[in-house]
Design a protein around this ligand. Structure first.
Ligand SMILES: *[C@@H]1O[C@H](CO)[C@@H](O)[C@H](O)[C@H]1NC(C)=O
Ligand SMILES: *[C@@H]1O[C@H](CO)[C@@H](O)[C@H](O)[C@H]1NC(C)=O
Length: 385
């Protein structure tokens, strides 16, 4: 948080040069329903730590958590530095008409565009934490059970309602033949023979999302799961094969416990497939060859990347979290949160006297002065300032 000294050139040797981290002012945080506490408190802590005041608008879809936040936050935080606003899309629309100094949004690319358009009216800077379809490449040299355990766990975590979850698998038909029984065995191990009765599997947040997900179950061919129960908002951990790229399950972010498998013949073909699409929030590559993992890393782009693992990178405050392209802009977590919510102000404090040192800048320029300046600046700079 302290002022950070900046490097100086010859002409500024006697000046004090530093970066001051100052708050933007009033920050609007629009948080989503899928991790309604974590994705509200994470940005809130960052914004307050950087010295801002915050208007927090939690999602109305996670309605109980929203109420808890509004009720308990005043018990723990100085009420002069934050407010919780409750409401749905209409209230959010009206909030967005106001001039904020910074807007931090987590949610879908569709709503992200609405937020950014509203912010543009006031030239308000934004961080957009969006989603996308996160590819998960599985190499032929993998042990199917190892990969199945890791992929099934991270796909079904929070019933699949995770923006960084592996969204679809890319592998060869041969690997698919081994992976499907291994995924079945992982799912049974985690959630038993009837996952609906497992205390460890969550439910879908709302009727609307349930219906959307049930619609996706008719894409391709179900090889695992496929059951659903509207009265319980339950969608079984499901694996789909023979999925066409044009089907809805390969068009929209799934956000549920459904995993389609798309066949590719090689690593190159997987990379082409990924690069034809929008840049994802996360990209996963499973391979026993570090060369293959490295190739995937080097030849693609995504918000974050994991080799032979799920989204455990989220737990590290040493790593920035955020998207690129359609998966968002800006980053946070740990120190990155502080930096995101701080304006980095460039400061130079000069001596009030010593006018002699300034004289060299002023025209008219004699040959002598020009040579002196050229000498003084050396090869570092070509400015007269
Ligand atoms: C890599 O191969 C070893 C040895 O066959 C195996 O134990 C391990 O699970 C494999 N890792 C992955 C990610 O497939
Ligand atoms: C949110 O979750 C991440 C990943 O588990 C964790 O590292 C972080 O501390 C959590 N933040 C809050 C504010 O709960």
């Amino acid at each position: 948080m302290k002022d950070e000294p900046g490097a100086k050139n010859l002409m500024t040797q006697l000046d004090s040069v530093f970066i001051r981290k100052e708050p933007f002012g009033l920050v609007l945080i629009l948080s989503p329903w899928n991790y309604p506490l974590n994705l509200s408190l994470g940005p809130l802590v960052g914004a307050l730590a950087a010295g801002n005041c915050v208007v927090l608008k939690p999602s109305e879809i996670s309605k109980s958590t929203m109420k808890v936040l509004a009720k308990v936050l005043p018990r723990y935080l100085d009420q002069s530095c934050f407010a919780v606003v409750l409401g749905g899309p209409e209230e959010t629309g009206r909030l967005l008409e106001h001039e904020f100094d910074y807007i931090f949004f987590t949610g879908s690319p569709r709503v992200g565009k609405i937020v950014m358009a509203a912010a543009a009216k006031h030239l308000t800077p934004v961080t957009l934490e969006l989603g996308g379809k996160n590819p998960c490449y599985v190499d032929d040299n993998c042990d199917p059970q190892t990969v199945a355990n890791r992929v099934a766990f991270f796909r079904c975590f929070n019933a699949g309602q995770t923006c960084v979850a592996p969204d679809y698998v890319l592998c060869s038909p041969q690997m698919q033949a081994q992976l499907v029984p291994a995924l079945q065995s992982a799912i049974t191990r985690f959630y038993g023979n009837d996952p609906q009765r497992s205390p460890d599997l969550g439910r879908i947040i709302s009727q609307k999302h349930f219906q959307r997900l049930r619609g996706l179950l008719s894409c391709g061919r179900v090889v695992i799961g496929g059951q659903s129960d509207e009265s319980d908002l339950y969608i079984a951990p499901t694996v789909l094969v023979d999925v066409k790229e044009t089907e809805p399950v390969m068009q929209e972010e799934i956000f549920g416990p459904i995993l389609p498998i798309v066949n590719v013949r090689s690593l190159d073909q997987a990379i082409d497939f990924i690069n034809r699409r929008e840049k994802p929030l996360a990209l996963y590559a499973f391979s026993n060859s570090s060369q293959a993992v490295k190739q995937m890393l080097d030849r693609t782009s995504s918000g974050s990347f994991a080799g032979n693992q799920g989204f455990t990178f989220l737990t590290l405050t040493s790593l920035p979290f955020g998207g690129v392209g359609q998966s968002g802009m800006g980053r946070y977590h740990g120190k990155f949160s502080f930096d995101t919510f701080s304006h980095h102000r460039a400061c130079l404090l000069s001596h009030p006297g010593l006018e002699m040192l300034n004289n060299i800048r002023y025209p008219p320029y004699s040959d002598f002065e020009q040579r002196l300046i050229t000498w003084a600046l050396g090869s570092h700079s070509c400015t007269l300032l």
